[in-house]
Design a protein around this ligand. Structure first.
Ligand SMILES: *[C@@H]1O[C@H](CO)[C@@H](O)[C@H](O)[C@H]1NC(C)=O
Ligand SMILES: *[C@@H]1O[C@H](CO)[C@@H](O)[C@H](O)[C@H]1NC(C)=O
Ligand SMILES: *[C@@H]1O[C@H](CO)[C@@H](O)[C@H](O)[C@H]1NC(C)=O
Ligand SMILES: *[C@@H]1O[C@H](CO)[C@@H](O)[C@H](O)[C@H]1NC(C)=O
Length: 396
């Protein structure tokens, strides 16, 4: 933050800066904030959302940090950390058997989740040093990363960009993830924010009430959490969130892998303007995330989460075909909450515990590269990948 301020002062002093759009490059944290008091702290390691400070109108006006994370680089350097707020790639989620075949060639990745490859395998983008820059008005920041041909076993050099932006007023974070590649490659760039509307470190998310747009999901065959390839209706299953429902209600009936809970891909309805009809508005084998209009078309509502005690509400909109609902099943009491290093601080919980955060990850389908019935996750030269998601905050 200090470096960033300093570089801005120098730029101003030399009168090079004329327009609001001029960027200041920073290796430090970048803070976005607006007149409404909404504040986002971003860190270049993993192009990570470190804090999301939302003004709450309940009682006295105060800021609630609704995103799980650490105070600084010390936490993010821990190996592994649960991808708190990070930009995950090259392929987020799971690739079965840590291998795939593309255009007649076989590729082998690191198996880091049983026999599967998870969240980028050997070179997780969540740990990479992204190049960050902020706009002078403190309303947007851009992070860039170049993933070289062969990185983590994937083909092609991928040039990736993530733009975070907030409105001049109001509490909303728009994330625009884009990329191009010089060879065909599977690609699934996501943001892995964990939310807790009571505030990060203030207990679990089990009483959060969730409503989803999805009427279909992709059930996993077993505890490895690889989808079987079927698109199934949520009706009558623990995955039915078509009406608002507390996370805890069906939690123990959901397949969270080794630990019960949600870790499941939902099939999102078509965004406004997209051709085709739910549930399979994408033709199997085509990639809606490289569609010509994906970078610009209006986003579709996919989720609303409310928390009765804080009175805060989160709405999610996206152009992605899938969304992973994850209830923080694997948080294991080893990650200190913000403001704490050794886990000792008064009477309150100071380490993140199981179910302390909730993820709503806009994404391509898990293991899409090995599942012909799913929308494709392949980006080819000349195409542009687009995953856009907006998280809006308000009072319920
Ligand atoms: C993993 O590989 C084995 C052996 O080739 C195969 O039988 C199995 O179907 C594969 N699993 C998945 C989920 O693709
Ligand atoms: C790729 O893997 C498949 C399945 O293991 C195998 O049948 C095929 O021969 C391999 N192709 C090449 C080009 O190595
Ligand atoms: C998202 O980023 C892409 C690539 O930079 C750009 O073409 C597109 O206009 C952006 N979309 C929005 C809505 O900002
Ligand atoms: C990181 O944050 C912790 C907790 O606030 C603090 O004690 C520690 O000194 C910080 N470390 C660095 C390198 O800033």
């Amino acid at each position: 933050m200090k470096l960033y301020k300093t570089s801005i002062q120098i730029l101003l002093a030399t009168a090079v800066v004329a327009a609001v759009s001029v960027l200041a490059v920073s290796a430090q944290d970048i803070t976005l904030q607006n007149k409404g008091g909404f504040k986002v702290v971003l860190t270049p390691t993993g192009a990570t959302v470190q804090k999301l400070l939302v003004p709450s109108s309940k009682g006295r006006r105060r800021l609630v940090n609704v995103a799980l994370g650490y105070d600084n680089v010390t936490g993010y350097a821990m190996d592994p950390h649960p991808n708190f707020g990070a930009t995950v790639g090259r392929v987020a989620n799971r690739i079965a058997n840590a291998s795939f075949s593309l255009d007649g060639k076989n590729y082998t990745l690191l198996a880091n989740d049983g026999s599967s490859s998870l969240h980028g395998g050997a070179v997780p983008w969540a740990k990479a040093a992204w190049r960050g820059s902020a706009s002078r008005d403190e309303l947007s920041a851009t992070f860039e990363y170049t993933s070289v041909d062969g990185e983590a076993g994937f083909p092609g050099t991928v040039t990736a960009k993530v733009v975070y932006s907030i409105p001049a007023k109001g509490s909303a974070l728009a994330i625009n993830m884009s990329a191009t590649s010089d060879k065909a490659t599977p690609l699934n760039i996501i943001n892995h924010a964990y939310f807790n509307l009571k505030g990060a470190g203030n207990g679990d998310i089990l009483d959060h009430v969730v409503q989803l747009s999805a009427r279909y999901y992709t059930p996993a065959a077993d505890e490895a959490l690889i989808p079987s390839g079927v698109v199934a209706p949520v009706a009558g299953s623990p995955y039915d969130f078509t009406r608002p429902k507390a996370i805890r209600r069906d939690l123990m009936r959901a397949n969270g892998g080794a630990i019960r809970g949600y870790d499941t891909n939902f099939v999102l309805p078509p965004p406004p303007g997209a051709s085709g009809k739910a549930p399979e508005w994408w033709a199997p084998g085509t990639n809606p995330q490289v569609a010509h209009d994906a970078p610009s078309r209006p986003l579709a509502w996919s989720a609303t989460v409310t928390e009765p005690r804080s009175g805060l509400r989160l709405r999610m909109l996206t152009n992605a075909p899938g969304m992973q609902l994850y209830s923080g099943n694997n948080l294991d009491g080893k990650q200190p909450v913000p403001g704490v290093v050794d886990g000792k601080a008064g009477g309150r919980e100071v380490y993140y515990q199981r179910y302390d955060g909730l993820c709503l990850e806009a994404q391509a389908f898990p293991n899409a590269i090995n599942t012909p019935a799913f929308p494709s996750s392949v980006l080819r030269p000349g195409q542009a990948f687009s995953n856009r998601v907006t998280y809006e905050f308000g009072c319920a």
